[in-house]
Design a protein around this ligand. Structure first.
Ligand code: NIG
Ligand code: FE
Length: 408
């Protein structure tokens, strides 16, 4: 007997090669031991519904999608940067604020002062906003500690969150996010510190699932990035990059050379970079919240990405500076309105392609037999509504690992 069976449901499986959204009308989905054991048309069920599962749910024709995946966030941090937002409205630039010791560095000060418990408490309302929209997996980066203790504390806070909320958390070490003030004028020493002290400790404690670097003219060079990624790969961790957010500095090629899972932002991407990503199977993670908040005048070259058949993921980039965003549904809309993704590409971007960006596509991201039963159930007439509506949440219920996690 299965644990549960969901009937009278329209399935947007998001599987590739099954037509738009991978739709199965008059669908049925069976779950056992937290995994999908049946996903198909109701009339192909192997028996009578009541005899197949202990619990049978009737969804009255609602739509079901895979649980949403936010594959790029900086959800754990201290303080906020509302003042900086105001300063930018008066004309200050993101780059100049960072150079003057504000921006990321002001969040570093607040995060260093916070402690694990305060970081968790501050992150929970942001996480809860994501969960309320059907998110079942979230990636969380460090990068506001920039010292051994605080980087570890951030990652511990991220891991802890997964024990007190119904969500899978994937952690990423972003020690090379900015040069901390105590290393002013000693860039090489900081890169050396990250490679030889911090990363090995984080690996030994099992605190990170991947390593990221902010490769940018205001952060770390392609050469420095190359060194950090090589070390991460040597330590057995997958890598990804903040690449091409503000300028083109060859980040995509560096990422591809190390078989990166993803390059994120990519407002700037050369044809050579796109080709390198395609060859390496590196996902392009698009972050429309940051482009919007920073009023970017260059948008990611989505046509170039499509020409190279790159997988396109979409995420919030939730962070206190460039993207104080806690709505993944809003990102679907912005990915369409700002970046011209189709609503189907946008939804694939927060399901199948987001799972791919985390190296988890074999386990989640589509409604497929054998995958985790992470499901979102919606009061909508068509999946394109998820990208169409702005500021409206049509979530009916969430199932995580087979358990009904939230119900409206
Ligand atoms: O993804 N670009 C670098 N990192 C973040 C911003 C961090 C911040 O401003 O605090 C981003 O946009
Ligand atoms: Fe980011």
């Amino acid at each position: 007997m299965w644990d549960s069976l969901w009937l009278d449901v329209r399935l947007a499986t998001m599987e590739e090669g099954r037509g738009a959204y991978g739709v199965i009308d008059d669908g049925a989905l069976g779950v056992s031991d937290g995994r999908i054991v049946f996903c198909g048309r109701r009339d192909s069920l192997p028996g009578h519904a009541g005899a197949l599962a202990r619990e049978v749910y009737c969804l009255d024709g609602r739509w079901m999608t895979p649980g949403l995946i936010d594959c790029h966030t900086h959800l754990v941090y201290g303080g906020d940067r509302a003042d900086e937002f105001e300063a930018r409205l008066q004309g200050a630039s993101y780059e100049d604020l960072l150079k003057a010791g504000h921006g990321i560095l002001s969040t570093v000060r607040a995060t260093r002062a916070a402690g694990c418990e305060a970081l968790v408490s501050a992150a929970l309302p942001r996480l809860d906003a994501l969960l309320a929209e059907g998110v079942t997996t979230v990636e969380i980066k460090s990068g506001y500690g920039l010292d051994l203790d605080t980087e570890c504390t951030m990652l511990r806070a991220a891991r802890h969150i997964a024990t007190i909320r119904p969500v899978s958390v994937v952690t990423t070490f972003l020690g090379a996010h900015a040069l901390p003030p105590e290393y002013d004028g000693r860039r090489d020493d900081y890169v050396e510190f990250v490679c030889t002290k911090v990363m090995p400790e984080i690996v030994a404690c099992g605190l990170a699932d991947a390593v990221d670097v902010f490769c940018e003219y205001i952060a770390f060079t392609a050469g420095e990035t190359d060194r950090i990624l090589a070390r991460a790969r040597h330590l057995g961790l997958p890598v990804k990059l903040h690449a091409g957010q503000l300028s083109e500095c060859g980040a995509a090629e560096v990422a591809a050379r190390h078989g990166a899972l993803s390059c994120d932002h990519l407002e700037f991407l050369s044809p050579k970079g796109a080709q390198a990503m395609a060859q390496a199977g590196t996902v392009a993670v698009l972050l429309p919240g940051a482009a919007y908040v920073l009023r970017a005048d260059t948008m990611p070259p989505v046509d170039l990405m499509r020409r190279h058949d790159l997988a396109l993921a979409v995420a919030t980039d939730c962070n206190p500076g460039s993207s104080p965003v806690t709505s993944l549904l809003l990102m679907l809309n912005m990915a369409s309105t700002l970046f011209f993704l189709t609503p189907e590409e946008a939804l694939a971007g927060v399901t199948r392609q987001a799972a791919r960006a985390l190296g988890l596509l074999g386990d989640r991201g589509t409604l497929s037999v054998g995958k985790r039963a992470d499901l979102a159930i919606w009061d909508i007439n068509h999946p394109n509504v998820l990208a169409y509506q702005v500021g409206f949440n049509p979530l009916h219920a969430v199932v995580r690992g087979g358990y009904v996690a939230t119900r409206h």
